[in-house]
Design a protein around this ligand. Structure first.
Ligand code: HDD
Length: 761
């Protein structure tokens, strides 16, 4: 008993010390109570050691992990159990004799299988297929007048983690399906994490989050047979969108090139909702967020996208990592459209709370406020890309939400989903989700609790911890909601300003170039052509008639159905040229140039070409009849990246066919010159071009890609039947490259597509 009293006294002393001389009422051996709630905050508590930021190595790709507990597998020479015991054997179960039964006592076998049996976690209900990268965001400091958010003030640099995704497909589905793409960015700011959970389409299918389960059920594989995978080309999707006409705008974007992006590096991102920024002086501004890719926003063409799904289902993932590894770090500028925070929250007649509407850039220019650079692939896909958890409610002071009913529902859904997906409420402790600032919440316990919390008072108010932790107002960096007045009767209905579902799809259609319009027509014709139910196709055609008569007529023709009458009067719209992806020139960084050559080609030219391609920030890929090396005999060999077996057109942005080496000075009679120069191209004029090369060239031609040749490489093109716009022939490899490079700046040789008939009705 004496010992217990001693311990109790010791505890009281400790408590007294810890709270700076304040005595705890009723503590053994304590003085009579003289307690007051402390009014002054003390020094901030030190960061908890187990809530360190993710290790620096993953954010920069440079530093190696230092703390021993940062490292798990392959960290040490010795294999151990999960309890750290060294193992002598891991290849055989413990059996009674070499051919006898496995013993129940085999603790190593049981632990190993137990862990394996639980390696999978539920995939995301949407956006399951994704990929991610680390990087940094540098603010230009130009948003300081509209927001007090520290990461947007001054030239602040903030680490980020970005996850790109498709929406519909399962985790193992292909990358280049027709779908919306997610573009979620986690900023580890000095004021806590801010998540910008965006898509590559500026509008959404629904105006109210209560419809989210409906649209997702409609587009996911049909439940009876679970087909089709990662496709919108099926009855249930078109059933839903033709009935629920507010989805028509988003659907039109999906049918355009935006539904089949060329690369994550060329993804334009949109925050969709209107957010509210709050400046240091308390003034507020409504904003819409944009990510503008420095390389431009580009798309695949449909046949190419379909081929890629078979040839390389990881195409976008691979492209991102290859580019980062090659030093072609993808970059975006963050931009905002700003609108006065008026009471009605409309701009030029557009309800800013309606997530099915965009505001044309011609009416509200996008102002650039910072730059994002991705420079490191994840160290471990599961730990980072799978376990990252985004949430539109991860906000920082200076950025607030609005009453957009879609955003309001999202504020519930994202936290809720992580409970099942990541197994409980402690997912913010997973390394990739940890803020890079001290966390001092008073949340305790729960599944997968990693912190060993100290202190005895995870509640407020308290005296036991000296009143810590303290809250602060806006002046001390605290988050204070904008005191917006809210008033209204409880009801379930949309405002009248949400009722127009056809003007903006028409705006999008009218803003497209003829090539893009043809792609949209083809996409609708394909998707509806895959539906079985006639009534669904007919209903969607009525929607198209309401958008544009020519669009409707072309799709109806493709489907072999009558053209219906519109159900609404025609609307006049002003096109927004900023919505078109065609017509500019962009940097060519990270573009992949195929070089077709063999041992008999102008290998010196190929060497020069490889260097020139590298120097231009692009990647040369030599394609030869076999793998291994070319130019062994010269003593200066170089690697073959693709053989005729592994190469497929979709991997390359442009291709160049090597010519024969320049003929040696005429020391031999002229009649022998041809024989001494003997090469692929000389042979090509006589022999048939390898059918795989012909396939590669013709596919690239059909997909409007730049094609070039030097010297008599031209004859290979002729034999493959590849001639016309965007097919260049030059005397030397580098001269051919410079022409091809110019074509690449426009992304594709657009005039190779057949001229479309007049499209605008
Ligand atoms: Fe969502 C994931 C983007 C509407 C519910 N959403 C998710 C992701 C992105 C978006 C990029 C993937 C995040 C990641 O990589 O982990 N979502 C959007 C955008 C929307 C939108 C731009 C409209 C403007 N989402 C939306 C609504 C709801 C959800 C209306 C529900 C009411 N979204 C989810 C989710 C997900 C998700 C079920 C699945 C996995 C996750 O959250 O973490 O909660």
């Amino acid at each position: 008993a004496q010992g217990a009293a001693k311990v109790a006294k010791g505890v009281a002393d400790t408590v007294r010390d810890a709270v700076g001389g304040i005595t705890i009422p009723g503590a053994p051996g304590s003085e009579p109570p003289t307690v007051q709630e402390p009014t002054e905050p003390r020094e901030p508590l030190p960061p908890k050691p187990d809530q360190r930021a993710p290790r620096p190595g993953s954010a920069t790709g440079k530093d190696l992990p230092s703390a021993p507990d940062d490292i798990r597998s392959q960290a040490d020479a010795h294999l151990t159990t999960a309890q750290g015991m060294r193992l002598a054997e891991t290849d055989h179960s413990l059996t009674a004799g070499p051919r006898g039964p496995v013993l129940l006592q085999d603790h190593h076998l049981r632990e190993k299988l137990m862990h394996f049996d639980h390696e999978r976690i539920p995939e995301r209900v949407v956006h399951a297929r994704g990929t991610g990268a680390h990087g940094r965001f540098r603010s230009y400091g130009t948003a300081g007048n509209i927001t007090r958010a520290a990461f947007l003030n001054g030239e602040t640099e903030t680490p980020v983690f970005v996850r790109f995704s498709t929406v519909v497909g399962f985790r193992g589905s292909a990358d280049t399906v027709r779908d919306t793409r997610g573009f979620a960015v986690k900023f580890y700011t000095s004021e806590g994490n801010f998540d910008l959970v965006s898509n590559n389409i500026p509008v959404f299918f629904i105006q109210d989050a209560i419809k989210f389960p409906d649209v997702v059920h409609a587009v996911k594989p049909e439940p009876a047979r679970e087909i089709p995978q990662a496709q919108s080309a099926h009855d249930t999707f078109w059933d839903f969108v033709s009935l629920h006409t507010e989805a028509q705008h988003h659907t039109m974007w999906n049918m355009s090139g935006r539904g089949i992006p060329y690369s994550f590096r060329t993804l334009e991102g949109f925050g969709v909702h209107t957010f509210r920024m709050v400046a240091a002086d308390g003034s507020t501004t409504l904003v819409k967020f944009f990510w503008k890719p420095v390389l431009g926003a580009h798309s695949l063409v449909w046949e190419e996208a379909q081929l890629i799904n078979g040839v390389d289902p990881d195409f976008h993932r691979r492209d991102l990592y290859d580019a980062i590894e090659a030093g072609a770090h993808p970059e975006w500028e963050l931009g905002v459209q700003t609108f006065p925070d008026t009471e009605d929250q409309t701009f030029e007649g557009i309800d800013l709370l309606d997530p099915t509407k965009l505001v044309p850039e011609e009416l509200a220019p996008v102002q650039r406020i910072g730059r994002l650079t991705l420079d490191a692939a994840p160290t471990n896909f599961f730990a980072e890309v799978e376990q990252v958890a985004f949430h539109p409610g991860h906000l920082v002071p200076g950025i607030d939400v609005t009453n957009d009913p879609l955003l309001q529902g999202r504020l519930f859904s994202y936290l809720d989903t992580q409970l099942t997906r990541l197994g409980g409420p402690n997912f913010p402790q997973i390394p990739v989700n940890r803020p890079h600032v001290p966390v001092n919440d008073m949340f305790r316990d729960g599944f997968h609790q990693h912190a060993v919390h100290t202190g005895n008072a995870p509640y407020k108010p308290n005296t036991v911890d000296g009143g810590c932790p303290f809250t602060v107002g806006a002046g001390g960096g605290g988050y204070v909601e904008v005191p917006e007045r809210v008033d209204g009767a409880k009801e379930r209905r949309a405002p009248a300003s949400f009722a127009d579902h056809f003007t903006q799809p028409r705006l999008f259609w009218m803003s497209m170039s003829p090539v893009e319009q043809q792609q949209i027509v083809d996409a609708y014709t394909f998707e509806l052509g895959k539906c079985y139910e006639q009534v669904i196709k007919e209903r969607q055609l009525v929607c198209l008639a309401n958008i544009d008569p020519v669009l409707c007529q072309k799709v109806a023709q493709g489907l072999g159905l009558p053209v219906p009458e519109p159900t609404i009067p025609p609307v006049e719209v002003q096109p927004s040229p900023a919505l078109s992806q065609i017509g500019g020139t962009w940097p060519v960084d990270g573009r992949r140039i195929g070089i077709i050559a063999d041992e008999a080609s102008d290998l010196e030219g190929v060497r020069e070409l490889r260097q020139a391609v590298h120097a231009a920030g692009m990647t040369p890929l030599v394609i030869a009849p076999h793998g291994g090396m070319l130019g062994q005999e010269s003593g200066d060999p170089f690697p073959v990246q693709r053989s005729f077996v592994t190469a497929r057109s979709v991997e390359f942005d442009a291709v160049l066919v090597a010519g024969a080496p320049a003929p040696a000075p005429p020391t031999t009679p002229a009649s022998d010159a041809k024989a001494s120069g003997g090469d692929a191209l000389t042979e090509a004029t006589e022999a048939v071009v390898d059918p795989r090369v012909t396939l590669l060239l013709t596919e690239m031609f059909r997909h409007a890609k730049a094609i070039g040749a030097w010297g008599d490489g031209a004859s290979t093109l002729v034999q493959a039947g590849v001639e016309g716009s965007g097919v260049v022939v030059a005397d030397s490899a580098t001269a051919a490259l410079s022409q091809v490079q110019e074509l690449l700046g426009a992304h594709r040789v657009w005039d190779r597509f057949p001229p479309a008939d007049a499209m605008q009705g």
